[in-house]
Design a protein around this ligand. Structure first.
Ligand code: PGU
Length: 456
């Protein structure tokens, strides 16, 4: 191996190891190097086969995940009144997970298709799925697609697509700093740090107004180095539920293009915010319409309810088809040693639905039904708090967009609600509106009312 490549690999491996240690132990990166060598190397006794002491004896217990750990705690609680508002997963009025009717139909078609096989997919995934996914986010009339300037690869849902995009950028893009909103989905900083990028934050949310800190956002992006990558939530910002208006998006676009900042869209909720797939893709399409370059990670977890199927896509919009072809060839080199090629089942479900106009229309109806139920939960919770005369202004419950309400409750109030009312939510005060139902709204309103009254 070429020496420079070898040393690059060694140093990037060291960097990742130190960052990983930071994430898993909560210690600073420098402390990782303070762990005595003897603790890391196998000792004669520690490795004894079948002996009492484990070779992993020095491993520290890692903390539970701040979002998925809420479900773990919820599952352990025997209370009959418990409610899980932690993870962003859609539930019916009966509180049950939902498999869309259209997904059942597509699966039936796949099972009955005699030519359906379980061979390996290509490294980039199911070609038909990739084309349809690009059309879904960029629009069927998108010039970028027509001009063959989009490189799309199938990914392991939104998370895997972000990770592949992050690693591609760390390897091939000249500016390795990514700006992410403050606050953002808790996995973003970890995904991008472990991809090899340096993570910085831009101001996004103003707790005083419970709205967008637009001034802070523009100021922070203005002072970012030229070429810096900027992570943007395409719609239904997680956790705040606060999105820029179209006019604000246009100002963000102008600023970013004038500074040569590279947009990386995370689209995990297309269709969930407004109930319309096209309306929710407007921010992304605005950036593609100006002819500039961008990345977009898509997830079908929420909008098709395919959470556990892990189906998503990464698209990189380029200036020319020639560049897009080379970008795709390099994406393959990122994917191949990571998981070789993606799973076939979820992508086949999505492709079956997207290519058939009848199924597609049925999907949009079911999607709208989910979005509408979430919106009606906002109204019901707001009314329930008003009825109780709960102190404070709760109008943000109605104004915020998408799956979550960022309540403004602090971590002590959240802990109180979990202990006394068995309501499970993330400690930042975020609640998943999709986990609520008409039956559980009064219980949640009682809990919020008590928390606000008793704890500052
Ligand atoms: N991007 C954002 C903004 C998200 O909110 C999520 C999921 C993802 C990407 C990744 O979703 P995939 O399942 O990989 O497609 N966030 C949810 C789900 C639980 C989690 O944290 O993974 C949440 O509750 O925030």
């Amino acid at each position: 191996m070429d020496d420079t490549i070898a040393s690059h690999l060694a140093s990037s491996a060291e960097r990742r190891l130190s960052t990983l240690s930071h994430h898993l132990t909560g210690h600073s990166a420098s402390m990782a190097s303070e762990i005595p060598n003897s603790a890391l190397s196998p000792s004669a006794t520690a490795g004894s086969y079948g002996g009492a002491s484990s070779v992993f004896a020095n491993i520290l217990q890692a903390p539970d995940d701040s979002i998925l750990g809420v479900t773990v705690a919820y599952n352990k609680d025997p209370s009959p009144v418990k409610v899980n508002l932690g993870v962003g997963a859609y539930r019916t009025e009966e509180g049950k997970p939902l498999v869309l009717n259209v997904v059942r139909k597509a699966e039936q078609l796949l099972v009955n298709n005699p030519s359906g096989v379980k061979e390996y997919l290509p490294i980039t995934g199911l070609a038909e799925f990739n084309k349809l996914s690009a059309k879904l986010i960029f629009g069927s009339e998108s010039p970028a697609i027509r001009e063959n300037r989009v490189a799309t690869v199938q990914g392991l849902s939104g998370t895997g697509s972000l990770r592949v995009g992050g690693e591609f950028l760390a390897k091939h893009y000249f500016e390795r700093t990514i700006y992410i909103p403050q606050p953002t989905w808790g996995n973003h900083p970890k995904i991008f740090t472990l991809s090899g990028l340096a993570v910085k934050y831009y101001r996004y949310y103003d707790p005083a107004t419970r709205g967008l800190n637009f001034h802070g956002l523009l100021e922070d992006l203005s002072s970012a180095p030229p070429g810096a990558i900027v992570l943007l939530h395409a719609c239904a910002h997680n956790p705040t539920g606060v999105d820029p208006t179209l006019e604000q998006w246009e100002q963000i676009r102008q600023l970013m293009r004038s500074k040569g900042l590279l947009p990386f869209f995370d689209s995990a909720y297309q269709g969930f915010a407004s109930g319309s797939l096209d309306v929710d893709a407007q921010s992304v399409r605005m950036f593609v319409a100006d002819g500039g370059e961008c990345l977009a990670a898509q997830s079908y977890a929420k909008n098709m309810g395919l959470y556990g199927e892990r189906v998503g896509a990464l698209s990189i919009v380029c200036k020319s088809s020639d560049v897009a072809g080379r970008v795709e060839s390099q994406l393959k080199l990122v994917i191949r040693p990571m998981y070789s090629n993606p799973p076939i089942h979820g992508a086949s479900i999505v492709a079956t639905i997207l290519k058939n106009s009848e199924l597609y229309n049925e999907w949009t109806v079911e999607l709208k039904m989910m979005a509408d139920r979430i919106i009606s939960m906002r109204r019901q919770l707001f009314d329930a708090l008003s009825k109780r005369g709960t102190p404070g202004d709760w109008s943000h419950i109605l104004k915020q967009i998408g799956m979550f309400t960022f309540t403004g409750l602090n971590s002590d109030q959240v802990a109180f609600m979990t202990k006394e009312f068995h309501i499970y939510m993330t400690s930042d005060g975020r609640i998943s509106m999709a986990g609520l139902s008409s039956r559980t709204v009064p219980h949640l309103a009682d809990a919020i009312h008590a928390a606000v009254a008793r704890i500052n």
